[in-house]
Design a protein around this ligand. Structure first.
Ligand SMILES: [Zn+2]
Length: 600
């Protein structure tokens, strides 16, 4: 008996302080939670199986698969959103102080899950589902065209990534925004329905609902995002100045005060890394020689070298890892994803791995999710808390390994780069900054503040576009090629605004966190320069990552971060990492006008 209590205490001290415990209440709640977790897992399996089949085995005229998937999904939603679960979870939470922290977290998770489709607001939920489907259909069914010629978004992206012809670029950029007009009305309706749905469970609005997953109020989240932006601002300001001059010389134009949106290599200006080619690195060529299966198994070997288990046999049997043969009788979704089918042992990935740099990074990223799933699937973590410490943690794990896998000592070690290759380190760092840093003003600035205004401040529909461009200019220093009136809705041209709403700050936080993790691993564990690390074979690095992942969502991520890193979330590690680049940028920008203000 004593032993059990001691063990329990040891397990939770990493997360929280011990509460005062009333055994009778504890066991009553425990019985309810056990039942909930069991039922949840039972319903989860057919629901993920249905979705898996829908994504991996798409056959023309097959209506049965989607019908089965919908039924399984409906059964799940009826359970998680049921009035009974809402009542019981609320009732127990009234006695919060008598419960264990893990019980409290499960009860909160139950209410969080219920809020996405609560039975107590059935009519609103039905309308919301209908409106969401209509919005997705309008978004994915939209026919893009440039000057009357039908084009795909890939075609548009290719023009923006590589064309030097500004007229062509302008047409492509404009074409990419036409979809927003069609989506504007739907977005306004969805905003109201999303707010009303979660208000049935006492969340202030949909934005508040999403940020509550981090334990924040809306104002706290917005403040955290502003701090992130402030921390990286001096570096972003130098990148902005450099990019204005670089692009003006490329297009043979005068240097503009702000970046015209159609000058940038991305439809939203969220990622500029294709502006730079790093001399001396030919990863694509090396990977091509190795083949797709090498990319997959070498990714797994990297994780195993750090002390993680081999992937279960079922992973290779059940996953869909490679492109389908041209004569296949079915198709599949080509967007990479990692799946935790039963919140236990059944882990799978959907990819179309090819031997190139993009897929090398993607394989390591998806394996990050898979090893995260495996690490927290233990008896200590209840089924419904088998998720990341927060949503950003889950993204950070794989991106961290993907970033580490691009560093020279690692690449030399696995034979993807000849030893002692001369690499232009400044250009390599610049390329990384144009990805990781440039995302922050976009993700934690424009997207976050727009959706905060949209959901929490009821932004009037006739101000959607005005507000969007105010934020674009303020945070990214990007302006439209010409005035954009309210007939447009440029925000709605971004997928997430429509169907993955009010959580885009996840990506910015994930970038910030992964540099904190990397800094810790490089300096404290490997004792290597953060720019030149090699994680391969370091079981101590593996132990650190396992410690980060094993608690799942059992404890508050802020306590968790303090326990494992000894610090709060901060962009300092990221800014430090790019400090050599800052020196170089300042030199390049000497004598140039900085049009963004010195402080945000
Ligand atoms: Zn991911």
């Amino acid at each position: 008996m004593n032993k059990t209590i001691i063990l329990f205490a040891v397990l939770i001290t990493a997360c929280t302080n011990s509460p005062k415990v009333d055994q009778a209440v504890l066991s009553e709640v425990e019985t309810y939670l056990e039942g909930y977790n069991k039922k949840y897992q039972e319903l989860l399996i057919p629901s993920t199986e249905g979705a898996w089949k829908l994504n991996t085995y798409i056959q023309d005229g097959d209506t049965l698969t989607s019908k089965l998937a919908e039924e399984a999904e409906k059964a799940m939603v009826e359970f998680t959103g049921s009035a009974e679960n809402i009542t019981v979870a609320n009732k127990y939470l009234e006695r919060e102080s008598e419960l264990s922290p893990v019980q409290v977290r499960q009860l909160r998770a139950i209410l969080y899950g219920a809020a996405s489709s609560p039975a107590i607001a059935k009519e609103i939920v039905d309308q919301k589902i209908k409106a969401e489907n209509a919005q997705t259909t309008a978004l994915y069914g939209f026919k893009f065209n440039i000057d009357g010629q039908k084009v795909s978004t890939n075609d548009i992206d290719k023009i923006l990534e590589s064309s030097d012809d500004l007229t062509k670029r302008l047409s492509a950029w404009r074409a990419s925004k036409e979809v927003g007009k069609e989506l504007k009305g739907g977005l306004s309706i969805l905003r109201d329905l999303r707010n009303q749905t979660v208000q049935a469970l006492n969340f202030e609005d949909y934005f508040h609902y999403q940020v509550s997953d981090y334990g924040y109020s809306s104002d706290e989240l917005v403040a955290v995002c502003r701090d992130m932006n402030k921390e990286i601002w001096p570096l972003y300001r130098e990148l902005h100045t450099w990019a204005r001059h670089e692009l003006a010389s490329k297009y043979e134009e005068e240097v503009p005060k702000y970046l015209p949106a159609h000058w940038l290599p991305n439809r939203w200006g969220q990622e500029w890394s294709s502006m730079v080619n790093v001399e001396g690195v030919d990863l694509d060529g090396e990977l091509e020689k190795k083949g797709a299966e090498w990319v997959m198994t070498e990714g797994e070997k990297f994780w195993m070298s750090m002390g993680f288990d081999a992937l279960p046999k079922s992973f290779y049997e059940k996953s869909s890892l490679y492109p389908l043969p041209a004569d296949a009788s079915y198709s599949k979704n080509n967007h990479a994803s990692a799946w935790h089918m039963d919140n236990a042992d059944d882990v799978r990935s959907l990819m179309s791995v090819e031997p190139n740099t993009r897929w090398w990074g993607t394989v390591l990223h998806e394996l990050g999710h898979i090893y995260y799933y495996k690490t927290y699937s233990t008896s200590e973590v209840p089924i419904i808390l088998r998720g990341g410490a927060n949503r950003a943690y889950h993204e950070a794990m794989g991106t961290l390994i993907g970033m580490a896998s691009m560093q020279q000592p690692f690449l030399e070690g696995v034979g993807l780069m000849p030893e002692n290759t001369e690499v232009d380190e400044t250009q390599a760092l610049l390329k990384e900054a144009l990805d990781y840093i440039v995302l922050i003003p976009w993700g934690a600035g424009v997207m976050t503040e727009f959706e905060h205004d949209l959901y929490s401040k009821n932004l009037p529909v006739d101000e959607f576009n005005k507000r969007w461009w105010e934020l674009k200019k303020q945070y990214q220093g990007i302006v439209p090629p010409a005035d954009r009136g309210e007939e447009y809705c440029d925000a709605a041209s971004k997928t997430h605004i429509n169907n993955d709403a009010a959580q885009y700050y996840d990506y910015a936080m994930s970038n910030i966190l992964l540099f904190q993790f990397h800094d810790h691993i490089a300096k404290k564990i490997l004792k290597q320069d953060p720019h030149k690390t090699n994680y391969y074979g370091s079981t101590e690095t593996g132990d650190f990552m396992r410690a980060l992942m094993k608690d799942g969502a059992n404890c508050d991520w802020r306590d968790h971060l303090r326990t494992h890193l000894g610090s709060d979330m901060s962009a300092k590690a990221m800014v430090d990492y790019f400090s050599p680049l800052m020196v170089w940028l300042k030199e390049q920008n000497k004598g140039r006008e900085h049009t963004l203000p010195a402080t945000l």
